[in-house]
Write a new protein. Structure first.
Length: 606
């Protein structure tokens, strides 16, 4: 049974990701390998399969296993792992099968791409197509390895920090599958090398050109024309892997490697991570590329329209979809939703006061008897709390009815009610109606990489390397500058009329004089800016912060005679049952450990 004769039979057996119907020739597993060299669509299918294995979520998923949220879905696998069911043979966070399948596809593609007749009638088009597709494949392979490191990198019993087996060639029936894990540092080097290969072959962005002078010299010399260049590298290819995206993946991998959980043996310093983030940010204009509306991208209706230009905030996204699924899952029950993601009091408390000070600061002005007054404007943007108007409806999450005498939105009132006293608001469009009899769907996107994430990555690494105001890269801004931009965009250090406070952002200035306080502030700003975007679980682990902080909630009662509200914290809505001594690092799947003797398990996992 040779791969030469039945290549798709074998890769189909290896792949565990959902790739059905991606392209017609995949169904014809008995076709000869030579056929793909004559039929470009047939060969391109391998790369398309790689894209189909991208390890991104399209909904809020992993946050409910952190201190940021819980879910009211009783059979949620993420609820299970958060409450003690996480095992090496049961790991909803695993990226092993999905990403290894993606790597197999792109390795196969890289081995065939040079032989395929992409545009046999024009040498310039043939070269451009070959370069672009190779670049995409290198970028995808780097991305898959990054996600594998994030999910499965860790220390084994021998004290070595390992990554995953490094495979840069496709596997077939004659391959030795009993491969050891490469060191974490070797995996990072491979990610960097693949990103560099992608960057060398791909354009920063896919855009149509208008003059021959814009054609890169290497293609102009072999006869490339404007129409041919635009066919390969123009706007129709937008949202494929590009040099900009590869730079972002490299920056993400560097930040992971320089984080406290990995830095001792990763071979990457915070200075290197900051420099790589800076290089990426230079290509979007540095500070000038910071999107002033980037924190509310999900409800920027004009920019969500398919005919609109791409948002500056979104570096890479999934395809647009017109639906009501997010709203159906997360609207409060009185608005025909299932209220599935319930933000925690822990997260609510992380939002500072409008003056920029944490609510624990005696100078903040926080009033526990009026806990939502004068708070960071992002709180009202991201979370539905008691008494808030949403879709022209007053949402009551306390223990008393609303003006219509409804109680379904109340704390634990029905199966779809909130468990914490809060509903998620971020990512939802208020102009959607999920009720099937009066369904109104709207356009949505889900970002894979946001520019704010890379700005925050730069701030984190730069502060760790050079302090709050160090800038040896010459990028023109510091960790302090980034956090100032983010907090100004949020509306902090302003009064209720959105006018700047005369004293400015005093708390930020205090943090700027103390590297440790700035670290805490940067981590908190990242928590707020990226909440409900499946980042928190991975951030807690790479920062070596406790995973087992119990999730708190808010119970609100009303005095029926005086209508006075009373607020009391529920200290343990859900107990987190993680073991911080080893679950900071995820497991290698137990089935793989049992199958292959050369694979070492991360310590603590059995």
């Amino acid at each position: 049974m040779k791969i030469k004769n039945i290549i798709f039979y074998f890769i189909g057996a290896l792949a565990l990701c959902s790739c059905d119907d991606m392209f017609e020739p995949a169904k014809e597993n008995n076709r000869q390998e030579e056929a793909m060299y004559e039929e470009s669509k047939y060969a391109h299918g391998l790369l398309i399969y790689g894209y189909d294995c991208l390890p991104y979520y399209s909904t809020t998923t992993t946050d409910v296993a952190t201190d940021d949220a819980v879910t009211n879905v009783k059979n949620s696998s993420y609820l299970d792992i958060a409450t003690g069911a996480w095992e090496a043979d049961w790991d909803p966070m695993s990226m092993w099968n999905l990403c290894k399948s993606g790597i197999q596809y792109v390795n196969l593609f890289l081995e065939k791409v040079e032989k395929v007749k992409w545009a046999p009638s024009a040498a310039s088009k043939q070269k451009m197509f070959t370069d672009r597709l190779k670049g995409e494949a290198f970028g995808l392979r780097a991305l898959f390895y990054y996600h594998l490191l994030q999910a499965h990198g860790g220390y084994a019993d021998d004290g070595v920090l390992y990554g995953v087996p490094l495979l840069t060639k496709s596997e077939d029936a004659s391959s030795d599958f009993n491969q050891p894990r490469a060191t974490f540092s070797a995996c990072v080097k491979q990610i960097f090398a693949d990103c560099d290969s992608a960057i060398a072959l791909l354009p920063q962005d896919y855009a149509d050109i208008k003059t021959e002078s814009e054609i890169p010299d290497k293609y102009h010399r072999i006869g490339a024309q404007i129409t041919g260049y635009n066919l390969v590298f123009g706007t129709k290819s937008r949202n494929l892997m590009s040099a900009k995206i590869a730079e972002a993946v490299k920056a993400q991998a560097a930040l992971l490697a320089a984080s406290p959980a990995f830095r001792e043996q990763s071979g990457v310093t915070s200075a290197e991570a900051a420099t790589l983030c800076a290089n990426m940010l230079k290509h979007i204009g540095g500070k000038d590329g910071f999107d002033p509306t980037g924190n509310i991208w999900y409800k920027n209706t004009k920019m969500l329209d398919p005919a609109a230009a791409e948002m500056p905030e979104i570096l890479w996204r999934a395809d647009r979809s017109k639906d009501a699924s997010q709203e159906r899952s997360n609207f409060p029950p009185t608005l025909y939703g299932n209220g599935q993601v319930n933000p925690s009091q822990n997260l609510v408390d992380a939002f500072p006061m409008r003056n920029g000070r944490p609510i624990t600061d005696p100078k903040s002005g926080y009033n526990p008897n009026d806990p939502y007054a004068n708070r960071d404007p992002r709180l009202a943007e991201d979370i539905i709390y008691n008494g808030m108007k949403f879709r022209k409806t007053t949402i009551i999450t306390g223990t008393y009815p609303n003006e219509k005498n409804e109680t379904d939105d109340n704390l634990t009132s029905i199966a779809t009610s909130t468990r914490t006293g809060y509903y998620m608001k971020k990512l939802l469009r208020e102009d959607v109606n999920p009720l099937s009899s009066n369904l109104i769907e709207q356009q949505h996107i889900y970002p894979r990489i946001r520019s704010t994430e890379i700005f925050l990555a730069y701030a984190e690494a730069a502060n760790d390397a050079w302090g709050p105001k160090g800038d040896p890269t010459g990028i023109g801004f510091t960790a302090y500058d980034v956090i100032k931009l983010i907090r100004e965009r949020a509306g902090l250090a302003t009064n209720e009329a959105n006018m700047p406070l005369p004293e400015g952002d005093v708390y930020l200035e205090e943090c700027a004089a103390d590297q440790a306080k700035m670290t805490e502030l940067i981590r908190n700003e990242r928590r707020l800016e990226l909440c409900f975007e499946n980042k928190r679980f991975w951030d807690l682990r790479r920062w070596l912060l406790p995973l087992n902080e119990s999730v708190r909630g808010m119970k609100i009662t009303r005095n029926e005679e005086t209508s006075e509200l009373s607020y009391s914290i529920m200290e343990e809505v859900e107990k987190r049952d993680f073991d911080n001594s080893y679950q900071i690092y995820g497991p290698i799947p137990k089935a793989e450990i049992l199958r292959w003797s050369n694979l070492k398990q991360n310590k603590g996992w059995r």
